[in-house]
Design a protein around this ligand. Structure first.
Ligand code: PXP
Length: 253
């Protein structure tokens, strides 16, 4: 199987910084450390309410990732404000996510089918500017087909429901994994790149990483949490090793 890329989402370094105000700890330093640890990309979500990452962080992250030759994956709501920011920084990739102020995190995938008229022009303008556009979707082949039809190059599968089910020891977990797998297969059949992310930890990473059509994982909260105990480099290295083990042993993991 092909190598699986690891993108690290550094949003929650900014969450800790913002708990006190000021500028410590700096998510840009975390990005530098993650890059030194060998990650394939840095992911950051500039939320409308700026609860973690700030505009200045995005500017600094764009500069540091460019300098270090690693892709910046800009997670963004489909709004005119975020589109303008993406077009001003021209990150390697933009991942379109649904966003509601009251949610704690991105709780579900983007409804690409229902939101077609609103989302398609944004996809077209970002793609025309050379940004690789991804749509963050739930495990649903029809959403992947809609993303393809509007010109997205990537779908990122929302793994949150599966990861929650595993943590809760729910009997639904195998079916949820099957849904992710089927959607990844359909995305590949359509010529889309398949990424996955949300809620992934050391336990859930292997089954997701073993889905052959998934080519990139974006992992944040767990890695930043684990960094408190073992350091960011060690947390990333362990995650990377688990991904590689899963990739070597296929769906049997
Ligand atoms: N991918 C997307 C599109 C996300 O919105 C998030 C959360 O910001 C992640 C990946 C990472 O999720 P987590 O922080 O739970 O690992």
């Amino acid at each position: 199987m092909s190598k699986l890329r690891l993108g690290v989402n550094i949003d929650h370094v900014a969450t800790i910084r913002n708990a006190r105000g000021g500028d410590y700890p700096d998510p840009v330093r975390a990005a530098e450390l993650a890059i030194a640890a060998g990650v394939d990309g840095i992911t950051a979500h500039l939320r409308e309410d700026r609860r973690h990452i700030s505009d200045a962080d995005i500017e600094a992250l764009a500069a540091v990732t460019r300098k270090r030759g690693r892709p910046l994956n800009f997670e963004m709501a489909v709004t005119a404000e975020m589109e303008a920011i993406a077009l001003s920084h021209l990150p390697h990739a933009a991942c379109l996510v649904p966003e509601r102020r009251e949610e704690r995190t991105t709780e579900g995938g983007l409804d690409v089918i229902g939101g077609h008229n609103h989302i398609a022009p944004v996809v077209a303008r970002l793609a025309a500017a050379g940004v690789r556009v991804s749509c963050f979707i739930d495990a649903d082949p029809a959403q992947a087909a809609a993303a393809k039809a509007m010109g997205a190059q990537v779908v990122e599968l929302h793994t949150g429901a599966y990861c929650d089910a595993v943590r809760e020891r729910s009997p639904q977990a195998p079916a949820l994994l099957e849904g992710l797998s089927a959607t990844a297969a359909e995305a590949a059949r359509l010529g889309l790149e398949g990424h996955a992310g949300h809620g992934i930890d050391y336990e859930t990473v292997k089954p997701v990483a073993a889905i052959a059509q998934v080519t990139e994982l974006n992992i944040g909260h767990f890695l930043i949490g684990e960094a408190i105990f073992v350091g960011l480099t060690a947390a990333i290295q362990r995650m990377r090793a688990l991904m590689d083990e899963a990739r070597a042993s296929g769906r049997a993991a």
